[in-house]
Write a protein that binds this ligand. Structure first.
Ligand code: ADP
Ligand code: MG
Length: 273
């Protein structure tokens, strides 16, 4: 039997995480939270889903238990399992069960990566029952007040909506996040990377140009996270062109022709030296 705890963790940061709202997503989440409704966060990789959840959990004063989905994840990784300790068999709650018992906010990040049986355990938690059947213990654990389920999904290349039963899906509130509009993204990149707004604006312009390439061969586009990484290199003294090459261009592709074409696009957008 193998146990991994690396995919889960409780965080209740004392300082509010910086989150720049883009639309009415915070209001929608607050309303859902007041009703204990489960939330489905849609959006591309690196657009701010995790930061959003950290910020709302902090605002609501909830503990946040995050579980990163991966392809070997089973329902036991979420719910718990019996372990042998000093000749005795003891039950150890998984992160989902812990969140249910303590009334925490449970964020199942990219849960679709996990095996099918993993999504089944969230069904009774996602509707009016608000309970978690723990088959191995033969008990059903009612969710403590404050418990809320949040799952994330990247519509670009995942199909969680197929894996979750239609009846359950209807009980989720969906919030769509996308890369922020230029002014907001500039503010975010400047803040997170610690660079001046003018440099951040150039990075955002490059990011948007790459996102808008017609018939793009790229599987992922330049995310807010990547722009922040590039900005971080600039803050460390690297030239802007070099930073963009290292944090964006080379990360997006391994194909020589594509890298060259992206490089030309970047050159055309950089301010004249
Ligand atoms: N609206 C936002 N406000 C503040 N920071 C943001 C925002 N959107 C993105 N970020 C920044 O971008 C980084 C990547 O976002 P993250 O939440 O990890 O993306 P995702 O979970 O969607 O892959 C964050 O660590 C944060 O620095
Ligand atoms: Mg994330």
């Amino acid at each position: 039997m193998s146990v991994t705890n690396s995919s889960s963790g409780v965080r209740s940061p004392s300082r509010a995480p910086f989150y720049r709202a883009v639309g009415d997503e915070v209001e929608v989440f607050r309303a859902a939270a007041r009703r204990g409704l489960p939330v489905l966060l849609k959006g591309p990789t690196g657009c701010g889903k995790t930061r959003f959840v950290e910020a709302v959990a902090h605002e609501l004063g909830r503990d946040l238990i995050t579980v990163a989905g991966h392809e070997d994840m089973t329902s036991a990784d979420l719910v718990g399992r019996f372990l042998l300790k000093g000749g005795e068999t003891v039950w150890v709650d998984g992160p989902l069960t812990r969140a249910v018992r303590t009334g925490a906010l449970c964020y199942l990040d990219e849960i679709v990566e996990a095996r099918q049986d993993t999504t089944v355990v969230i069904h009774p938690l996602a509707d009016h029952r608000r309970e978690l059947p723990v088959d191995r213990l033969g008990v059903t654990v009612p969710a403590a007040p404050g418990f809320q389920l949040v799952i994330s999904y990247n519509p670009g290349y995942q199909s969680v909506l197929k894996n979750i039963k239609e009846s359950t899906r209807q009980r989720f509130i969906a919030i769509e996040l996308d890369f922020p509009p230029p002014d907001a993204e500039t503010e975010i990149v400047a803040h997170e990377a610690g660079i001046d707004p003018d440099t951040a604006r150039v990075l955002v312009r490059i990011g948007n140009a790459i996102r808008n390439i017609d018939g793009s061969p790229l599987r992922e586009v330049s995310s807010t996270r990547m722009l922040i990484l590039a900005g971080g290199l600039v803050a460390e003294g690297l030239g802007l062109r070099r930073a963009v090459q290292a944090a964006i261009v080379e990360t997006l592709s391994d194909d020589g022709d594509v890298i060259r074409a992206l490089g030309e696009l970047v050159d055309a957008l950089l301010p004249a030296p």
